[in-house]
Design a protein around this ligand. Structure first.
Ligand code: GLP
Length: 248
């Protein structure tokens, strides 16, 4: 595991986008695991800018998103499908038929979840997974207590997650359930990039990197993966600056 520290949020996000672009250039048919959330907005902005500048093409990319709210139709602007369309997919040359997001309206959620896992396998597995982190240490929507071996499934969201994400719902609470890749699914990616920015993530980052490994902090599972890089700004990384793990 390595940790990259950056002075500002934008520098960290742009560096992550540049790393994704580098991987995409090296393997144009890359399978990406994608995340949503405020943290990722500047990453996608930079990827769109690199595409517009003729630097990168998504024409042969396949993508799988981590999660989706249960009960939100894809056309709802607050769904993660809509978010991905408006922040990235509709702005680059990706084949939308090869962009996959869990179906928040699936009638049989466990059948859908198994199919989603099978589609990832059939695509050859995820080459590069982009991850954010919740204030409570969640990854995807795997809340504290989640089994490290869990696969894609429907989960209940914690009150603190609902409150944090109410910012995207005009201050009202989001749906209380989501479908998410499991921690076991995430750990199968060949490479993982975690981007965490801002003071609200400092405690989760510190716990993830230096606390006891266990389900109370789902992100500690990442310490069991051989190829994880953390990308932090000054605020999120303050708690781990100077740690022996720190700075590449
Ligand atoms: C959300 C998403 C996660 C995301 C995290 C942080 O609820 N399910 O995939 O990484 O929480 O979100 P944000 O970047 O908005 O802080």
């Amino acid at each position: 595991m390595s940790i990259n520290h950056f002075p500002t949020t934008i520098a960290a996000a742009h560096a992550v986008a540049d790393r994704i672009a580098e991987r995409l250039k090296a393997k144009p048919s890359i399978v990406l695991g994608l995340a949503t959330g405020a943290t990722m907005e500047p990453v996608y902005e930079r990827l769109v800018a690199l595409h517009r500048a003729g630097e990168i093409s998504f024409a042969r990319v396949t993508s799988f998103n981590l999660d989706e709210y249960v009960g939100l139709p894809p056309e709802d602007p607050r769904s993660y499908r809509s978010t991905m369309d408006s922040q990235l997919f509709d702005l680059v040359d990706i084949d939308k038929a090869r962009t996959f997001v869990p179906d928040g309206l699936a009638a049989d959620t466990s059948a859908f979840a198994s199919r989603y896992e099978a589609m990832m396998r059939e695509a050859g597995g995820i080459d590069l997974q982009l991850l954010g982190i919740g204030r409570n240490g969640h990854i995807g929507f795997n809340e504290p207590g989640a089994d490290f071996a869990a696969r894609t499934r429907v989960v209940d969201l914690e009150a603190s997650t609902l409150e944090a994400n109410s910012a995207f719902f005009d201050g009202k609470l989001p749906p209380t359930k989501a479908m998410t890749m499991g921690i076991g699914t995430i750990l199968e990616s060949r490479e993982i990039i975690v981007l965490a920015t801002g003071a609200t993530k400092r405690e989760a980052v510190r716990a993830a990197l230096t606390g006891p490994i266990g389900p109370e902090c789902p992100a500690t599972a990442l310490r069991r993966h051989a190829n994880v890089t953390w990308w932090l700004d000054a605020e999120s990384g303050a708690g781990v600056a100077g740690e022996s793990l720190a700075a590449e």
